[in-house]
Write a protein that binds this ligand. Sequence first.
Ligand code: SAH
Ligand code: SF4
Ligand code: F3S
Length: 451
Amino acid sequence: MSIGHAPTKKVFLKTYGCQMNVYDSERMSEALAVDGYASTETMEDADLIILNTCHIRERAADKVYSELGRIRDIKDERAALGKTTTVTIAGCVAQAEGEEMTRRAPAVDLVIGPQSYHHLPKLIARNHADGKSIVETQFPDDDKFKELPERRRTLATAAFLTVQEGCDKFCTFCVVPYTRGAEYSRPVAQILSEARKLVSHGVREITLLGQNVNGYHGVDTHGKDMTLGGLVRELATIDGLERIRYMTSHPRDMGDDLIAAHRDIDKLMPFLHLPFQAGSDRILAAMNRKHTAAEFVSLVDRVRLARPDIALSTDIIVGFPGETEGEFQATLEIVKTVHFASAYSFKFSARPGTPAASMDGQLSEDVKDDRLKRLQDLLMQQQRTFNAACVGKTFPVLFEKAGRYAGQLIGRSPYLQSVHADADMSAIGKILPVEIASVGPNSLAGVVKSL
Ligand code: SAH
Ligand code: SF4
Ligand code: F3S
């Protein structure tokens, strides 16, 4: 037993959903560290439990409620031992459900939306003082990015950096405009300063995040608007920052200067995640995506002209209300035309409050399952083809962490593939040439070439 040490408070934080939630979770745990919280992987040990939640599809939201069942039991068991457990729901389910959450799950103490988590330490203190649950889901006037403590040192060599939040696009299937609020771009100076801090901590690769990251339009130091292409150029001047990525992009906002940045800036990795959602123009219009299938394909052509080796990834939804078999075939046609290195595909999920949820022609799960399977078979085939073509090539690999076996490290290729190779731990954080020797569906294996 340790003597004379004040007990450290412990926080258990679980993250669901997209990279923006991963980023928010990092910032939350950094803010809590300043407040004396150490992280724990064991829920039973935690004084504070946070679920950073996702509302994008029904299954994502359901997971939160099933987890809350287990949490209630843990909270009761700890209470029997005289220990308090503060249960916090953060993220997009918190934003969407607000008060409803505390009614449905009384074990919940705090409900905090994605724009309010900088107030977390203060709200926990208030809850401890009066024992009342708190729901904070307004979109506050203060800028959370200004209020949060500076980025702390981690062992990571690759980091996320949110540059843009919210969405004004209102695709008819999507909850994000409601859970994340209006589009907002962080000022350039704030982003550069956070990036420099990360690099000073050993980060070599930064992925710029935003729900519509290529719609970024932040103010620069002269008070002028800057696009994502401009921001990438600025970031590329930071010594020690070796790789820049960004996601997620909307086809409508893929500006010429961003495409040109792919041609000109070596540090900008040759990888583009560009969701197209559906291949039929009628469905695209019903989704309010504001582009046609032909426009998407010609955009891909322009990007490939600028950067011929660029790898593409996408998001696709099958079974949108009213989608016919022929319209689904149009989705397969786009996939066959473009060839994706990887992709995420989903069954349409009717989300409360979105226009598509009440559209006519909702399809059965069977139809959606069948379409998803056919689509995923094609996508998997393309991913395997893309990976197989890498054998024999030599890629610069940024080594990130130890692999499963002693002496093995895992890193990333420029195309975001996971690469395994034998290398000394001292190679973590370095970019080394690796000749690819073999491929699996989700990763490559290779040999580090001597310099
Ligand atoms: N801002 C990004 C994506 C945000 S959500 C964009 O505009 O592309 C990530 C993906 O989830 C979406 O691209 C979409 O393919 C999927 N998605 C969103 N809402 C969905 C729903 N109601 N049902 C099924 N998939 C959905
Ligand atoms: Fe959702 Fe569409 Fe906005 Fe993407 S662009 S976050 S899919 S509303
Ligand atoms: Fe999910 Fe919210 Fe991200 S709904 S996908 S966590 S923006």
